[in-house]
Write a protein that binds this ligand. Structure first.
Ligand code: BGC
Length: 529
């Protein structure tokens, strides 16, 4: 592992979705002890940092992104003690651990919300975004929830509406109240004290809303690019989100978060910024030395249908970053727990799946910015198709059959082709089946099979990560794309002063020519100058 203050710039992160990584107690759902059990594998992959999706106490309406107690590991996943063991063992392996802080909203089962609901007379009455109905009983404005329907739910106890950017069971906190900010910082501090190395800040720019509750303006649909993970038009994408998120007050909150982080050396923050103009926002939120360390947007992970990999897809975000000289260090992922798996999304019609998936991993790991591999991408897993009666994701239930939701990238890891539940669970009698089905084509890509094949996606990715550790230019060098590389080739230089490395990716399943040389199908070539 890289051992200095900017380890998070140089290293490779790996996102673990705890429900689906390894089920050590055999109840069909992954757990903390399961992650600890697989640290060997993660270390062998060459990972420097883990991002663990939320495992705090939660009613699991949004599978952990609805937290009811930020200081407690949900019993489904284990205990705080189990987490402590994971943290220490990860550190022994030289792996840093960042946890997912869901700051913008809680679960409606959080005691803060329960108290807030009690009425106008309680200490937490303004901890959430409450407002009276309009005289005709309708919600105060036109804001929409991302998961469908208005962003307002009427509460019969308070006889008021409360705001929720996601599910109605995920009420938005009111950061205009300084008590909320202080409390949430203290929740973060709890984990910093335990020794975590930082936070992924979920839906971070949703923390503030316009206090005047003004309507969002209509979006010009002719230039629609929803930025969402789905292609169908939903009401949320019909508005310009100028009042319901990304408010100017965010900067003060970001500075407070950074001031806290600075008390814990070598920690980092990764913001998730879903905005109409994510590059401008990220520049604002990552500029200087008093804000977030890095942030990502969903540019590379948006879209559910196959719109295959093209050079333009990769070049565009870097042109955007360049427009903002104050843009901080970027981070990128091709898949995460919200996205259709990239091997499927960008690989329509591809025959040589193993090499294509390996090429995608090498490409991600060669771009300027911190790479986040999502569990299973090292195996080249395709998106799983989930039968309707097994869909778990509430967004999927709302969107079906237009879209199956996010379960297709959340199915359990296939560790062993022939084991019960593909080795995901220690339960061998299959009485507690995995919470999502494991597709047959995933079993064929199981870790034990790929381990045996030196050319597997897994081994190519492992080898590449090892080699990357020896290549400072790939870690922190500047990037310059060849804008005229044609449709078959993605080419860019990574450079620092006079040191330069040209990276050439033939993204086609045929030999392609570039600047007079021929490149093998689906190959990555690195030329140091
Ligand atoms: C997370 C999602 C989650 C949402 C609400 C995000 O952007 O990545 O998985 O559903 O925030 O917390």
């Amino acid at each position: 592992m890289t051992n200095n203050a900017e380890w998070w710039k140089k290293g490779v992160f790996y996102q673990v979705y705890p429900r689906s990584y390894m089920d050590k107690n055999g109840d069909g759902v992954g757990d903390i002890a399961g992650i600890t059990d697989r640290l060997n594998y993660i270390a062998d992959l060459g990972i420097d940092g883990l991002w663990i999706s939320p495992c705090f106490e939660s009613p699991m309406k949004d599978f952990g992104y609805d937290v009811s107690d930020y200081r407690k590991i949900d019993s489904l996943f284990g205990s705080n003690q189990d987490f402590d063991v994971l943290l220490k063992k990860a550190h022994d392996f030289g792996i840093k651990v960042i946890v997912d802080m869901v700051m913008s909203h809680t679960s409606d089962q959080h005691m803060w919300f329960k108290e807030s609901r009690l009425g106008n007379d309680n200490r937490k009455k303004d901890w959430y975004v409450w407002t009276d109905p309009k005289p005709d009983g309708s919600p105060p404005n036109n804001w929409q929830s991302i998961f469908g329907g208005p962003a307002w739910t009427y509460d019969t106890k308070r006889c008021q509406y409360y705001m929720h950017s996601f599910l109605k069971e995920q009420p938005d906190l009111n950061y205009h109240n300084p008590d909320v900010r202080n409390q949430m910082l203290s929740e973060c501090e709890y984990w910093l004290e335990m020794g975590v190395d930082g936070f992924r800040l979920d839906a971070f720019n949703h923390c503030f809303h316009d206090e005047k509750l003004r309507d969002n303006p209509v979006r010009d649909m002719s230039s629609l690019s929803t930025g969402l993970q789905i292609d169908s038009v939903i009401p949320y994408s019909m508005q310009q989100h100028v009042h319901d998120k990304s408010q100017p007050e965010m900067i003060g909150l970001i500075q407070d978060v950074r001031a806290l982080m600075d008390k814990y050396p070598d920690t980092m923050t990764l913001g998730e910024i879903g905005d109409d103009d994510p590059y401008a926002r990220t520049a604002e939120y990552t500029s200087g030395n008093d804000k977030l360390n890095t942030a990502y947007n969903i540019h590379f992970i948006a879209g559910s249908s196959s719109t295959n990999l093209t050079p333009e897809k990769i070049k565009l975000p870097f042109r955007e970053v360049k427009k903002y000289p104050n843009h901080g260090w970027p981070s990128w992922a091709f898949t995460n727990h919200d996205a259709v798996r990239v091997a499927t999304r960008w690989g329509k019609g591809v025959q040589d799946r193993a090499n294509f998936a390996a090429l995608l991993n090498k490409l991600l790991l060669s771009l300027r910015g911190t790479p986040f591999l999502y569990q299973g991408d090292e195996l080249g897993l395709p998106e799983a198709v989930i039968p309707f009666d097994q869909i778990q994701d509430p967004w999927g239930k709302f969107m079906w059959p237009e879209w199956q939701g996010r379960d297709g990238c959340r199915t359990p890891m296939p560790w062993n082709k022939d084991a019960v539940a593909a080795g995901f669970s220690t339960n061998t009698n299959d009485r507690q089946p995995p919470w999502l089905p494991i597709p047959t084509d995933h079993k064929k890509l199981a870790v034990n099979l790929q381990d045996e094949d030196p050319k597997s996606t897994l081994n190519q990715t492992r080898d590449f990560i090892k080699w990357r550790k020896t290549q400072p230019l790939l870690q922190t060098g500047e990037i310059e794309f060849d804008e005229n590389s044609g449709e078959d080739i993605i080419a860019f230089d990574r450079f620092d002063g006079d040191a330069r490395m040209t990276c050439i990716f033939n993204i086609k399943e045929k030999e392609s020519e570039y600047k007079g040389s021929k490149y093998a199908p689906l190959s990555a070539t690195y030329i140091a100058h």
